[in-house]
Design a protein around this ligand. Structure first.
Ligand code: GLN
Length: 483
């Protein structure tokens, strides 16, 4: 049976009706990965044994007659910066090459409770810093639509795994676009949830005030099912909140004629590919044809978002990554790990960090340390925080008048492997449309919206904080009627 195109609900129905066993599904996915992942390189690690065990437990439940939940027995993949107990978690860095997680991230705990099946860990840019997955210390993931191109990043392994049908869904993390941009490059759906709606406990920190875990899946409904499971307050993450308390629920049926969409002119300017622009404009025209009210708006502070993001995120990263010193955390690179030849503590720190971190991570630690240093703090970090507030206010004002903001997810489609790797500024531009949303803390979803040749185009829908409910309704409508 070719169930690789099936969504969570479709596989659930197969399981429920006993047309197939959970073990058969998991086995088929593991075999598929063995076959196709030689070309794609989405996975860093496979959990064959434990995945089959998890599936067998689900089969027991089914044969005992107990009703099963939607996610029960559904095989999924996890970005390798999210901890799964007793398995390696490297964040695609040499410095964590042999690190074994001693606990589950809260999102994994929640998915375990639903008895979803973890297939393995997926590739990423080292510590989630990048837009192409080329900054992984271990391998370069390929875009399943065109193997000479990148899958996007930093959750490139997760997006490629879903697009290549090597997992039903996957978890990613998004600090400045790392779920949405790879989802857009690979032609799948990705959600960056509202900041604070999903626990970050067990996520290897990049920039703590921006990081969020979210789902990547084949369609909007699957993203919704996973989000519903992983959201909510967690005592182990003080920034997580009681989602249901803050939730802005959309009552009743979705009525497009009551929807107002703002289209910011700044997101269609210089640097955007013609085909991307045309695809998004076509979708907007079709929305208008469905009685959605469309208005051109201006988000003038968006042009400062990338600069503010690269100061704030690198500042936070420089603090978060200080723990990898070869003593408290991380593989020690200094002679033999038990008997370092360099006896000086500083030598151990220096050697470990010099050898353990890749060049992009080092660049960011230097930039962040600089912008936090006495004398420069006011001019850079503090100023960036002020710009962040302006951007947030601008979004909040807009959502007083509009239900959604629609933009392209990225200015272009998947680029060639190697094309931008030597030019960090060019690479950073990949996220020009996604980073403002992280700075503002809003939820946003990337939806496939046509193709440029064989390369998928992504459309970004942004809505106000804690309004995922409304966002999903709009995205489901667009998935059915518009794109
Ligand atoms: N590409 C962006 C960066 O390099 C975003 C990364 C992310 O969201 N993790 O920082």
């Amino acid at each position: 049976m070719d169930f690789f195109n099936f969504t969570i609900r479709q596989i659930h129905n197969l399981l429920k009706n006993k047309e197939i066993s959970a073990k058969e599904i998991t086995k088929a996915y593991l075999e598929k990965i063995e076959k196709t992942d030689n070309n794609i390189s989405a996975f860093l690690d496979l959990f064959q044994e434990s995945a089959l065990k998890q599936a067998e437990a689900v089969d027991k439940d089914i044969s005992s007659g107990r009703e099963i939940g939607l996610l029960e027995g559904i095989p999924y993949a996890v970005k390798d910066n999210i901890l799964v107990k007793d398995f390696k978690c490297s964040a695609a860095s040499k410095i964590l090459e042999n690190y074994i997680a001693s606990y589950d991230a809260t999102v994994i705990e929640k998915l375990n409770k639903e008895k979803a099946v973890v297939l393995g860990k997926t590739n990423l840019d080292e510590f989630a810093m990048g837009s192409s997955t080329e900054h992984s210390a271990f391998k370069t993931t390929k875009n399943p639509n065109d193997l000479s191109r990148v899958p996007g990043g930093s959750s490139g392994g997760s997006a490629a795994a879903v697009a290549a049908k090597e997992a039903v869904f996957a978890l990613g993390s998004d600090t400045g676009g790392s779920i949405r941009q790879p989802a857009s490059f690979c032609g799948v759906v990705g959600l960056k949830p509202t900041y604070g709606s999903v626990s970050r406990f067990g996520l290897i920190a990049f920039a703590s005030s921006l990081d969020q875990i979210g789902p990547i899946a084949k369609n909007v409904e699957d993203c919704k099912i996973v989000f519903e499971t992983i959201k909510g307050k967690d005592e182990k993450d003080a920034t997580s909140v009681d989602y249901d308390f803050f939730q802005r629920k959309e009552e009743g049926l979705f009525d497009p004629s009551k929807v107002k969409v703002g289209v910011p002119k700044e997101y269609f300017g210089q640097g955007i590919d013609l085909q991307v622009r045309q695809a998004i404009e076509k979708a907007i025209k079709r929305l208008e044809g469905n009685k959605v009210k469309i208005e051109e708006i201006s988000l003038p502070h968006s042009k400062y978002a990338l600069a503010a993001y690269y100061l704030i995120s690198t500042s936070e990263a420089s603090a978060n990554l200080a723990r990898y010193d070869g003593i408290r955390y991380g593989k020690r690179f200094s002679g033999n790990s038990d008997f370092p030849e360099n006896k000086e503590l500083l030598d151990i720190y220096l050697k470990t960090r010099e050898t353990g971190f890749g060049s992009e991570v080092k660049r960011r630690i230097m930039l962040g340390t600089y912008s936090l240093s006495a004398g420069y703090y006011q001019a850079y970090y503090l100023k960036a925080q002020k710009v962040r507030t302006l951007i947030k206010n601008e979004f909040e004002e807009t959502f007083k008048k509009f239900d959604f903001i629609i933009t392209p997810t990225s200015p272009y489609t998947a680029f060639k492997i190697g094309e931008k790797i030597n030019d960090p500024l060019k690479m950073y531009l990949s996220d020009i449309y996604t980073v403002p949303v992280n700075l503002a803390g809003m939820p946003a979803l990337s939806l496939p919206c046509g193709m440029a040749g064989n390369l998928p185009i992504g459309l970004q829908i942004i809505s106000e904080a804690f309004s995922e409910d409304k966002l999903f309704k709009m995205a489901e409508f667009m998935e059915k009627e518009i794109v």
